[in-house]
Write a protein that binds this ligand. Structure first.
Ligand code: SF4
Length: 176
């Protein structure tokens, strides 16, 4: 039987949700018996592949690059999981939303610089006006809140999906 293909990525997040994913400890063995991780920080793949079964996405959508990756993952995946409060609500990245982007960049790169500096234009993803939750950019099938989500909630979601069931997080839900 073909293994389920899982892809993971983080957009505007701190990687804490991926750390929580790794914290499922020996649960990862059971997951990998039934699934292959085909994209993510631990996989040497440059591009989100076609034919992914489960996309696990951490972080808010804050830049053009985030938006493009989220759209690609959605187009090439059957199920999309928003992992963590940043993906579910915008959370920490959305704290910038009351500040115009230009003003924000000048504060960080010019006013906050210890040596004369300018706002970079090359090699830095262009910020969107607002940092948005993932469901504002693409259709999301499953939301797993928490900052980060508890490892047992992540393992539950993956295990249910690997069994072909829709996970009912019920009492496992928490924000923050
Ligand atoms: S939800 Fe929390 S742990 Fe996850 S990326 Fe956001 S700030 Fe980090």
């Amino acid at each position: 039987m073909d293994k389920v293909k899982i892809g993971t990525c983080w957009l505007d997040g701190c990687s804490g949700c991926h750390m929580s994913l790794l914290d499922i400890d020996e649960g990862i063995v059971a997951v990998l018996e039934k699934a292959d991780i085909v994209f993510g920080p631990l996989v040497d793949a440059q591009e989100w592949p076609e034919g992914v079964d489960v996309a696990v996405i951490e972080g808010a959508v804050s830049s053009q690059d985030d938006l493009k990756l989220a759209q690609t993952a959605r187009a090439r995946s059957k199920v999309v999981v928003a992992l963590g409060d940043c993906a579910v609500t915008g959370n920490v990245p959305s704290m910038r939303n009351g500040i115009p982007v230009r003003k924000l960049l000048e504060r960080v790169y010019v006013e906050g610089a210890t040596v004369p500096s300018v706002v970079p234009t090359d090699g830095v993803p262009a910020l969107l006006k607002q940092a948005e939750p993932l469901h504002s950019a693409i259709k999301v099938d499953i939301h797993v809140p928490g900052c980060p989500p508890k490892p047992n909630a992540i393992l539950f979601v993956l295990s249910e999906l690997l069994e072909g069931r829709e996970p009912d997080l019920g009492s496992k839900l928490r924000f923050g």
